[in-house]
Design a protein around this ligand. Structure first.
Ligand code: ATP
Ligand code: MG
Length: 368
């Protein structure tokens, strides 16, 4: 297994489309790193650059310490699993998995051993004699992964391998790929546009937007300490609430944030960091779970009360989402399932300001 290093990698397609803009990151040996971001942000391009399927415009890529810029894909010792499994329809599962090894002229015995071992790991031994069209989506997916495993590559590259599966199977395969990672002790780079997949699978996550890396961090750090408004809004569901307003200082020196209707006092400890924003517009971010139902939540020095009208209620079973309107802004709150108000009701809410985020209005960079 091996580490992968990207240094100032840029890919510009025809018509000056910048798919990857000065990208640098490092995937350590045996690490599971996820590239995530909205459609068109350059995830597949980045993966294809690592695989050698696209040529770099600028920068350097190292696999296991070796500069691979000029090394063809077949000599990079990587295996890629694509979204459309691209299985050969006329070959059995066995031959689909064996094909790459045959091309590389592995001895028959060794091919047999590797295919059976991979089939065992993936639980598809019973399917080895079937053709792809006689398999379910999940089974086809496993064969595609099996085809990568038999190669025993230094690095696995996955490009949205689960997006063709239904929701339930996706969750199951997610767990299987994680198990596979610890079983094979493999270096994996995994691309998805699904933030839940990224959060649940990645040891570290690279968040991309328009070809530019926004943040590289562990799932919890991305959630708790997003570097900018884009990351804050991209990670988490329902998404973080954003309110635009101004910061003012009261006669006792405390800071408060107001959008003209609601006014939220800030914890004193933020004074120093936000001092220079007094009198200026900025964006407050608050996650749905930090807006509390006062029937349960205890008031603390860092909670403030606001009023809002309940517009929509979404019961999820284990929790309930409330869509609220303060008169100036819409908010989403995540409540437990009991003591839920009714639609149309004006209700008091507690906002846990110890969990609030602030972003510069122009640069959208996190201020706390
Ligand atoms: N061969 C190509 N020629 C020209 N432009 C391309 C090519 N491949 C990708 N692009 C452009 O590069 C940008 C990044 O594309 P890429 O496929 O890497 O995005 P992505 O993040 O994988 O998106 P998705 O989630 O939709 O798969 C897009 O604007 C896309 O249109
Ligand atoms: Mg893609």
């Amino acid at each position: 297994m091996a580490d992968v290093v990207l240094k100032d990698v840029t890919k510009i397609f025809e018509r000056n489309i910048i798919a990857a803009d000065n990208i640098s990151f490092e995937v350590k040996d045996k690490e599971f790193v996820v590239l995530v971001g909205p459609s068109g942000c350059g995830k597949s391009t980045t993966l294809r650059l690592i695989a050698g399927l696209e040529e770099l415009t600028e920068g350097e890529i190292y696999i296991d310490g070796r500069l691979v810029n000029d090394i063809p894909p077949k000599d990079r010792d990587i295996a890629m699993v694509f979204q459309n499994y691209a299985l050969y329809p006329h070959m059995t599962v066995y031959h689909n998995m064996a094909f790459g090894l045959k091309l590389r002229k592995y001895p028959r015995r060794e091919i047999e051993r590797r295919v059976h071992e991979a089939a065992e790991i993936l639980g598809i031994t019973d399917l080895l004699n079937r053709k792809p069209k006689a398999l379910s989506g999940g089974e086809q997916q496993r064969v595609a992964v099996g085809r990568a495993i038999v190669r025993k590559p230094k690095v696995f590259l996955f490009d949205e391998p689960l997006s063709n599966l239904d929701a339930k199977l996706r969750v199951q395969m997610r767990a299987e790929i994680c198990k596979l990672h610890s079983h094979l002790e493999a270096t994996i780079i995994y691309v998805t546009h699904d933030q839940v997949e990224a959060m649940t699978m990645g040891q570290r996550i690279v968040v991309m937007r328009d070809g530019v890396i926004q943040q590289i961090d562990t799932p919890l750090n991305l959630y708790n300490r997003p570097a900018n408004k884009f990351v804050a809004g991209f990670i988490g569901s329902p998404t973080m609430n954003f309110i635009q307003g101004t910061l003012s200082k009261d006669w006792r020196g405390g800071l408060s944030f107001s959008d003209g209707v609601i006014k939220l006092g800030l914890p004193r400890r933020h004074n120093r960091r936000l001092q220079s924003y007094v009198g200026r517009e900025l964006i407050l971010g608050i996650r749905p779970e930090d807006i509390l139902n006062p029937r349960f939540g205890k008031s603390t020095p860092e909670t403030v009360t606001i009023w809002a009208k309940v517009e929509v209620i979404e019961p999820m079973g284990n929790e309930t989402f409330l869509y609220l309107n303060t008169g100036s802004t819409s908010l989403v709150a995540r409540f437990s399932t009991t003591k839920i108000p009714r639609v149309g009701e004006e209700m008091k809410l507690m906002v846990n300001m110890s969990k609030c985020h602030f972003f510069d209005k122009d640069t959208e960079i996190a201020l706390l």
